[in-house]
Design a protein around this ligand. Structure first.
Ligand code: ATP
Length: 194
């Protein structure tokens, strides 16, 4: 089975300080990895390296499939309606059948009833679900999720877990950093220590 994402001896550093060293792991279809560790240890930095937004200080990242990132920063245009903002990103991501895919992503995240609401008016949890909808709509095989459960109520965490399970069953892979409990059955665990 082909590798969708792999770290080969990756060292992560920020501001001249080494956060983690020589990290290796691989994700194939259906697989997942859970990144845990205390605040400031380098979880977000690891996700950013996986996304190609931050260069490793040493080692290399192998990417065998498109990646979609759900980061902590808001990803959607505040002035657009939620539906339009997602359609904008789907067009940028060159998603085939973009409008159908956006509708499906809105439904999968229970956001269909507020598709016409401007992004700036969404609640914290709705914003997180909207960021997840963008990942769902992207059709990328590799989901890179940085603290996706932040601000989610219990039902939304369960919906997130269900979406990740479906994505893996469909041959996707998930790399998830979290300090909150999120069920990711059979995932490898990457524990970062200060
Ligand atoms: N742009 C930057 N320049 C210099 N240092 C940075 C930069 N961004 C983050 N850092 C530092 O790198 C370290 C790791 O940050 P990172 O956000 O990866 O940690 P984290 O494990 O995700 O933390 P949290 O659980 O609080 O989200 C922190 O000490 C942080 O201050």
């Amino acid at each position: 089975m082909s590798t969708l994402l792999a770290f080969h001896g990756v060292t992560g550093a920020r501001g001249g300080r080494t956060l983690f060293e020589g990290l290796s792991f691989a994700l194939r279809a259906g697989e997942a990895a859970l990144v845990t560790g205390p605040n400031g240890v380098g979880k977000s930095s690891l996700i950013r390296i996986a996304a190609g937004l931050l260069a490793p200080a040493a080692g290399s990242v192998e990417t065998g499939a498109p990646r979609a990132l759900m980061a902590e920063a808001p990803a959607l245009d505040q002035a657009r309606s939620l539906g339009d903002a997602l359609a904008f990103w789907a067009a940028l991501d060159a998603v085939p059948d973009a409008s159908t895919r956006v509708e499906e992503a809105l439904a999968a995240t229970s956001l269909t009833p507020i598709a016409d609401v401007p992004v700036r008016l969404l609640s914290t949890g709705q914003r997180r679900r909207a960021a997840l909808a963008r990942v769902v709509a992207s059709r990328a095989s590799v989901w890179l999720l940085d603290e996706p459960a932040n601000g989610l109520d219990m039902a939304s965490v369960i919906a997130l877990e269900t979406l990740m399970a479906q994505h893996r069953a469909d041959g996707g892979a998930v790399l998830l950093a979290t300090h909150l409990p999120v069920a990711l059955p059979g995932a490898q665990t990457i524990v970062l220590a200060p």
